[in-house]
Design a binder for this molecule. Sequence first.
Ligand SMILES: [Fe+2]
Ligand SMILES: [Fe+2]
Length: 306
Amino acid sequence: MFTLAHLSDIHLAPLPAPRLADLTPKRALALVNWVRQRRFLHRREVLDLLTADLLAQRPDHIAVTGDLVNMGMPQELIAAREWLNTLGTPERVTTIPGNHDVYGWRRGASDFGPWRDYMCSNAPGTGQASGPSQGHHAGFPFVKTYGRIALIGTSTAVPTPPLWATGRLGKSQRRALGHLLSTLGDDGFCRVVLIHHPPLPGQASASRGLEDAAEMAESLACEGAELVLHGHNHRPMLAFAQGLRGRIPVVGVPSASMHPDSHAPSARYNLLTIVPAGDGWRIGLTGRQYGPDGQMHEIERLHLAP
Ligand SMILES: [Fe+2]
Ligand SMILES: [Fe+2]
């Protein structure tokens, strides 16, 4: 059995003091938003309790599906790297970027330097199967394999105007992803896709959603996958995509730092258990949530597949 812990939307606090040179219009707006509202929602003490509970479960691997920071400032990326180190080494932890991680970036600029070893392939010959993606998506998709489990990391993080939170995979990443899903499926891997934005049409509003969700859904339908994990909406979500050999569970988690007094569901992570079963995989889910009593509680136990 392989146990994968999934958390997302860390929105790491405290926010480092911004440098004047880093304050693009989008970041300035985000800073006002943080001071007035978001710092009361995304709390470090909540995140710390959640991660302590998660580590006590001793999962085989931990997946963090984006929005690690708030405004994509260089000093935030360094602070998030230090936080990733507290979760574990890149052998045990995988992350992908979200829209908040590229806030205020210029088109074409791409530097996830501090996080790179948490988001790159661990198997020679995998990843970049159809040629490298360009610009912000350079290095995506990547693949980490653990036995017959393959974690496929994607990037939907692209710079957007103020008040927009859309994402995009882009044509070259989608092509490489389709090729990976196909070859890993042929080789009998359990394919777990990590993506920040909810991947299916209609799962988020036009100003917050994945622009190429229809193409992503088509890719899943043509090539298949065993599980898709996402964040971004800050609430628990469960949908099923139509896959090559049946339904594919598509699972979203709330923000891992959300305080219970917020309008959004409080902090939560999921434990996914993956067991080979016949010529497929049996997948279970256990949800653990931060309660109003300041403790973590198991709140859900589900069978996702078959
Ligand atoms: Fe988020
Ligand atoms: Fe997001």
